[in-house]
Ligand binder design. Structure first.
Ligand SMILES: NC(=O)c1ccc[n+]([C@@H]2O[C@H](COP(=O)([O-])OP(=O)(O)OC[C@H]3O[C@@H](n4cnc5c(N)ncnc54)[C@H](OP(=O)(O)O)[C@@H]3O)[C@@H](O)[C@H]2O)c1
Length: 273
């Protein structure tokens, strides 16, 4: 006995039958996996921790009667996306959620360079490659959806999180550009630009976050916005901070963002005087 809905949802009709989610083992990607399984999507789950994904596959497959496939891979590896594209050839992936990503905080010159480059590879390069590979297939099928992750910090520079904010600015700009190009082909592209979200992200980045949205709210808002708008700011805080910052000139926004990031820094000793 499964919880699979007897009728396909509208979302599955528009973007099904299969959704591929990167960063599916945790946080926002995991919330997408659960909600898309509830909508009856078959899933391809991508992240490094294969065992976590296998447990999810068993759970979601049993609860919702959907087919769940696991691809354990490190998306900072330049061979990973070409490999992923060949492994998914022949599967009708109508929705891609590129949630894998990470950030860092602290003065740029104090960061570990290899990690910063990995961040650019994961947050930007893998996103471009996935959008290209699946965008081509979706264009041929004349339907599809691609969900990318910007951030509240992606609309201008952010002192103390310079590389991360720049990767998110890249994704925001990329999403806006390809959304306009792909729309005539029946492919919807969405940039999700949350404020703080309560996942393991902040701890991994060395950040401290106060009030935050839930990953479930982020996934729900994104799925409701897909095909209706190009950017969604999920939750009150992302909207409120976004609107408040929007009235400032760009230089003012950078200054305020520096103050916000200083408040989020986990290790006080690395704050520049
Ligand atoms: N949380 C926030 O406050 C926030 C705010 C704005 C935007 N965002 C963006 O939202 C997206 C999701 O964030 P989140 O909060 O869900 O983060 P999270 O909880 O830290 O989850 C990150 C996911 O990415 C996967 N991942 C990390 N490195 C990877 C790699 N090299 N190859 C493949 N998968 C990798 C992780 O799985 P494995 O460890 O198993 O690989 C995990 O599933 C990110 O793009 C983030 O920048 C987050």
């Amino acid at each position: 006995m499964t919880d699979k809905p007897s009728n396909d949802s509208d979302l599955r009709r528009r973007f099904g039958p299969t959704a591929l989610i990167t960063g599916a083992s945790d946080g926002i990607g995991r919330a997408f996996a659960v909600q898309l399984a509830e909508h009856g999507f078959d899933l391809i789950l991508v992240a490094r921790r294969g065992e976590v994904l296998q447990d999810m596959a068993l759970d979601l497959g049993t609860r919702f009667g959907v087919d769940v496939r696991v691809l354990a891979m490190d998306l900072t590896d330049p061979t990973s996306v070409p490999h992923l594209m060949s492994l998914t050839e022949g599967t009708l992936v109508g929705l891609v959620v590129a949630a894998a990503g990470f950030g860092s905080i602290g003065p740029f010159l104090d960061q570990d360079m290899a990690s910063e480059i990995n961040m650019v590879d994961l947050n930007c390069r893998s996103v471009v490659e996935l959008s290209y590979g699946f965008g081509q297939r979706m264009k041929a099928e004349k339907h599809g959806g691609i969900v990318l992750f910007g951030s509240l910090v992606g609309f201008n520079g952010a002192p103390l999180s310079a590389t991360y904010a720049a990767t998110k600015g890249f994704v925001q700009s990329f999403a806006e550009g390809v959304a306009a190009e792909m729309r005539p082909h029946g492919v919807d592209v969405l940039s999700v630009a949350p404020g703080p979200v309560g996942t393991g992200f902040a701890a991994r980045a060395g950040m401290q976050m106060g009030q935050s949205a839930t990953p479930e709210l982020v996934a729900r808002s994104a799925l409701a916005a897909l095909g209706r708008q190009t950017t969604v700011r999920p939750g009150f805080l992302a909207k409120f901070l976004g609107w408040s910052l929007a009235v400032l000139p760009r230089a003012g926004r950078v200054r305020v963002m520096g103050i916000i990031m200083r408040g989020m820094i986990g290790k006080a000793s690395v704050i520049p005087k």
